[in-house]
Ligand binder design. Structure first.
Ligand SMILES: [Zn+2]
Length: 287
């Protein structure tokens, strides 16, 4: 009950805030969501618009407090560039990480089966943590990993973010369903998840971390990937891309979107690939 009320509130907040932030959205679509959902559905159904995506499957994973409206602008934008995007917001990102990843693994297998291609994983905030663990567990199904505003050091969060996470896990521990518990944050429940999050990204999965110094939710230092630590055999392409924008703004900002596509272009469908990459701290203005 509490979790569903919280999700409903977040849904309404997302509808309003994304409508304001996504200024690239066509004017006729700003008042309603039907067309955007149609765009996402047609991409998932296999309709392939012209673009670098060439119909490649993308699993777009939302983070803490993310409801469907948060992901619509990026879903639409990637769809217009030829990617077949499946947006997912399991439990609004509030639930136990291990359970969430289990559920996402089923979605990943389904998308890979249907497309008969490796799936590109894109995750925003906590969704990037889910994506990274998925890539770790199913490198055979993962074509690329792109995280956006995702911290890899759970204890390097800003205090308000950490306190929010602690309040959610306390409510979950007190028995409110649909929320992570204290044992997810620091105990045995999600121990395997935390270990996989710290482990190197498997060799052959190109990895791009997009972040912003203007992010007031997640400090950018916690988002930076390390080429020597985060690549299993030090041969995987690992890139840090710094862009302007707020934490939620990273889902709609033109520089962030371009960085996401750049990470997706590095993907491959079969066999090992990629190479260590350089940091990118100043992107040219996107076309
Ligand atoms: Zn857990």
């Amino acid at each position: 009950m509490f979790a569903s009320l919280l999700t409903a509130g977040l849904e309404r907040f997302a509808e309003v805030s994304m409508a304001v932030l996504d200024q690239s959205r066509p004017a006729e679509n700003r008042s309603g969501s039907g067309r955007l959902e149609d765009d996402a559905r047609s991409a998932v159904a296999g309709h392939t618009p012209a673009g670098p995506g060439d119909g490649a499957p993308v699993l777009l994973i939302g983070g803490l407090g993310t409801t469907a409206p948060f992901l619509r602008p990026l879903t639409r934008w990637l769809g217009q560039r030829g990617y077949a995007v499946t947006p997912v917001t399991v439990g609004a990102g509030l639930d136990c990480a291990e359970q969430t990843v289990d559920e996402l693994a089923g979605v990943l297998e389904d998308v890979a089966d249907r497309s008969r291609r490796r799936v590109r994983l894109v995750g925003h905030s906590r969704g990037g943590q889910f994506a990274r663990v998925l890539a770790r567990r199913r490198p055979d199904l993962t074509g690329a990993l792109v995280t956006v505003g995702t911290p890899f050091d759970l204890y390097a969060l800003r205090w308000p973010t950490f306190l929010t996470a602690a309040a959610i896990t306390l409510a979950g521990t007190l028995g409110i369903g649909g929320l992570a518990r204290v044992t997810c944050l620091a105990g045995g429940c999600c121990r395997r998840f935390r270990a996989d999050l710290r482990a190197p990204v498997p060799d052959g999965v190109p990895f791009t971390s997009v972040y912003s110094r203007e992010d007031r939710v997640v400090p950018y230092e916690a988002c930076r990937a390390c080429a020597t630590h985060d690549s299993a055999a030090h041969r995987t392409r690992v890139r840090n891309v710094e862009v302007p924008g707020s934490h939620v703004g990273l889902l709609v900002g033109p520089h962030a979107r371009s960085a996401v596509v750049d990470g997706l272009i590095a993907a491959h469908d079969d066999g090992p690939g990629g190479r260590p990459g350089a940091d990118v701290t100043a992107l040219p203005a996107p076309a």
